[in-house]
Write a protein that binds this ligand. Structure first.
Ligand code: G3H
Ligand code: 13P
Ligand code: ZN
Length: 330
């Protein structure tokens, strides 16, 4: 069993021009669903855990579930990624747990407040790069600020990425992948009107920056899922996401890592609501978590095809963290 460095997964994807989904997880069924989708479509994959997910699962449980995923699926390049790390301390803890990749989100402070200071972001990101690369671990950073509704993640006002600042940030920090803000936001309510992305910003960043670009807040919030949740007693009026066609355009223009959490949450919720509403006599968790796992797997397999990830799991042999240490040491 071995996990794959995220840098390798993203570099391979960039060479061939496809995108790789990074899917958020909190529990066993979600991890199994993602791996089943990766097997079915023969896709490399990134599984990511937020600080909230690690806390919810008591850290050790999620670690062992991800390691189980790698053990059960040795043919699938799989990166284990910390999503929205907020300090060097959090990153150190993730690396101790065995993560092959970390995000440092310099718009978040350790006390949960948001920072909008470039110097702070560059400083904390640089310190994370210096630490992580010694262990062969990939680093994602972020420049610009997303909008969103999750507590402590992307809240506050939106600042689209400044392409010149993005270049300066990459040069000063030496990070491996750069998340940019081009109009997406976390959660199920992304756009009030038309779902417009700042494609001009993406093009300018791509022209100046030669590392993989990451898009957070990239769920599509499919209307079928919203309708199903609402049909079975949910209340998600007016939820909207990023259309798949926009994501595919973004991939063509240089986005390589595509972060998806909300669509998975919707698929799971819709499936569970359906069981509760149509089979009120059921009370064995397997009777609703099983269908939820299947629904999630189907949604993710669809994304793997749409992002172009499908069919690439056998393209390369996974590097080890030892290989990466040597690479970073050069
Ligand atoms: O980017 C945020 C992800 O959707 C994780 O959300 O902090 O509620 O686990 P969470
Ligand atoms: P969504 O809320 O659009 O799924 O975005 C998730 C994300 O960016 C995780 O980091
Ligand atoms: Zn995010």
């Amino acid at each position: 069993m071995s996990l794959t460095p995220m840098k390798q997964i993203l570099d391979e994807a960039r060479k061939k021009g496809y995108g790789v989904g990074a899917y958020n997880v909190n529990n066993m069924e979600q991890i199994q669903a993602i791996m089943a989708a990766a097997q079915k479509t023969k896709s490399p994959v990134i599984i990511q855990a937020s600080r909230g997910a690690l806390k919810y699962s008591n850290f050790t449980y999620l670690k062992h579930l991800m390691i189980a995923a790698a053990e059960e699926n040795p043919n699938i390049p799989l990166a284990m990624h910390l999503d929205h790390g907020n300090s060097l301390e959090t990153v150190k803890k993730a690396i101790d747990l065995g993560f092959t990749s970390v995000m440092i989100d310099g718009s978040l402070m350790e006390d949960g407040k948001t920072a909008s200071d470039y110097d702070y972001n560059a400083r904390v990101t640089r310190s994370v790069v210096e630490y992580s690369h010694k262990y062969g671990v990939t680093v994602e950073g972020e420049i610009g600020r997303l909008g969103g509704i999750e507590d402590g993640v992307g809240s506050g006002s939106i600042h689209l990425t400044d392409p010149d600042q993005a270049k300066k940030f990459v040069d000063e920090t030496g990070l491996d992948a750069l998340a940019i803000a081009i109009g997406t936001s976390h959660g199920a309510y992304k756009f009030k009107g038309a779902a417009n992305l700042a494609i001009d910003v993406l093009k300018k960043v791509r022209a100046l920056v030669d590392i993989p670009i990451v898009l957070h807040g990239a769920s599509s919030v499919p209307i079928e899922l919203i309708d199903k949740v609402n049909k079975y007693g949910g209340a998600l009026p007016g939820a909207t996401g990023v259309p798949m066609a926009s994501l595919q355009e973004a991939i063509k223009l240089g986005v390589t890592k595509i972060n998806v959490d909300t669509d998975g949450r919707l698929a799971v919720t819709a499936a569970i609501r359906e069981v509760f509403a149509t089979k009120p006599e059921k009370f064995d968790p397997r009777d609703y978590l099983g269908p939820a796992r299947e629904a999630l797997s189907e949604i993710i397999a669809g994304k793997m095809k749409d992002f172009g990830t499908a069919g690439h799991s056998d393209d390369y042999k996974s590097m080890s963290l030892e290989d990466m240490k040597k690479l970073y040491g050069k």
